[in-house]
Write a protein of this length. Sequence first.
Length: 436
Amino acid sequence: MTQTVLVIGFTDIGRRACAALQDRGVKVVHIANPSDNELHELLTQEISGVAIMLHHDIEALRYSLTIEHIRPGIRLFVAIFDRSVRHEMQRTIPNCSIASPAYVAGSSIIASALLTESSIKRTGPAADLSWEILDVESDSISVKPFTVPAKWKAVRLAAFARGQLRSYDSASRAMLTGLFALLGMLVTDTVIHQSEHTFSYAFYSAAAIIAGVTATDLPKTDWQFFQAGSFMLLTILFVATFGAGVVNHILTGRRVGVVGRRVIPRKNHVVIAGLGQVGIRLCKELKLLKIPVVAIEINENAPGVAYARDLNIPVIIGNASDIRTLSQAQVGKSKALLAMSSSEQDNIAVAVAARTKFPKASIILRAGTNDAIEETRSLFSIGVVSDVNGLTAAFVAESLIDNAPHVIIPEDHSLVLVSSDYKLAKYPVPGRCICG
């Protein structure tokens, strides 16, 4: 008997999930935003499953609760981004499968950035970390446990060590210039005074001049008068420079540090452009793998900026398609640049800008398989394309027809679905339905 699935939402993922189900011979009823009365009419015994593909988590939660009330126990798949909403749904609707595009696509994106294998899957919780790497060859798959190499940890420490007390923009440059100038004057003045006094007295006298208070005693020669007077005047300039940098650093939310854990690594890091749900998920997974991360986000008020700060990941506020912003993030010395904005055009712009300035950079961009992408790839070898929506649509279809895949691995123009018992099934990349 042919299955019938109800798909709610005319989002891109909703359209592609509808197409993926139709490609496998499933009858699909596709509707945008049904009312409660319409759900009562639609959820007949003929419907074997429901996929809720909406952008708003709370709206998806409301639909899920309504559907569970009308048809208790029906197979349900919901795309949810927010962790708290996801946990609440898992608690109240145990028959519901929940995943986000970030969860589905993350393993293949990270593998493309770091490994030669096809996918890396975290198999344990954050409190008990474990991974496995999967590699597809023809019709077989190899699976191996993976532990974070000691070399990665050492490289991470070295990358952060090189980033200490290094400027990343004009404000941090002013702050460090003022700081080092004041320290230089302090040391110089201490050395000059130490020729006639003890070290402690010399240091106190030098600090008094730098602080702008009255000197402990007057200089004895003309050149010392000139030197002391010059230092007093220069102190005014450099204190102002240092203070302006500190104030800017505080007012901008301390998203990037000049010392500590939020400095910009200088080498062997991953740059993520776009702090949406996919970008944040990748930040978290890479941090667990001990890989240094730098994020770029154009909107300083985006929710992902605060979350990245909580993870102690430096966030540069700027346009990632601007070469100056990419240079601030040290893309030229990074392991990979991941362009993960929800806008395909923005990701193309980022990839092209990076390829122009840093031709050897490894670039992975989030995009679909529309004409714009194919034309751009024919003009530029801009990088590896990750079809996040296509991967998610295939995950949805398999979850509603059989069971949720363990992992999905892109392979040329097809997708390899790996089940929990490591059996393979290959399907074409889903297109888009013409519903609505």
